[in-house]
Design a protein around this ligand. Sequence first.
Ligand SMILES: Cc1cc2nc3c(=O)[nH]c(=O)nc-3n(C[C@H](O)[C@H](O)[C@H](O)COP(=O)(O)O)c2cc1C
Length: 236
Amino acid sequence: MPSTPRWVEAINKALSNPSNKGKNIYQVATVDARNAPHVRSQVHRAFTHPDGRPDLPLLLTSTDARTPKVLQLLANPAVELAWWMEGTQDQFRLSGFAHIVPASPAEPDTSFRFAPIPADALALRTLEAQAFDWEAKRLELFQQMSPGMRASWCVPGAPGSAIGSYEEQKEWPSQVPQEPQTEEDKKNAEMASKNFALMLIEPVSVDWVELGVKPNRRTIFTRREDGGWTEQLAIP
Ligand SMILES: Cc1cc2nc3c(=O)[nH]c(=O)nc-3n(C[C@H](O)[C@H](O)[C@H](O)COP(=O)(O)O)c2cc1C
């Protein structure tokens, strides 16, 4: 019977500790087509897993489909993320694959085209085999986003592209209501939704360092081919 790996329970336990309130941000590293590294902060939204396979967890985060990371992931789906829970003094480092799910059909002006799922991305492939409704999940998460967050997907170009002055920002929407009423809000909501993409991260190895216990502990979890996880104690 497949079961949830212990590292997911450890993350959830750390997250639910009041001393880690708000520690839902991790730093995600990618490499681009020239093998240059890039790293940025992202918000952890949830864990998910294929039906009946809690042993194949994925982390759910989101992005603007026009951001550079999306092109980097097209060139190389490998990612590593580092998550520091300061309250309990836990560091989790997760490495594996990331998969971007843009609006369906993808907007021609976003950089994204559906990337093939890597052969050894067992969780993503299992979701695909189960005919997982990626678009429904994308819209479900979009629906939960605040008006301010929605406005961030209405910026007129790819995040990171140059602007002449901060004055330009005054023209951009600052709020896109969840239930748009005016024509303007409806147009903005449509644009925000089209630029909003899911980012699913499938870990295949997890390195957990516990600095909150003395002596410190370190455990390395590695996924086996059948989806189970091995645990190796290591020197911190
Ligand atoms: C606290 C914090 C949380 C963030 N969360 C996200 C996020 O969930 N998704 C995202 O795409 N960018 C997020 N960003 C912005 C990214 O760090 C980054 O600036 C942006 O996505 C562009 O990244 P890229 O150029 O590497 O694609 C966040 C930034 C901060 C400071």
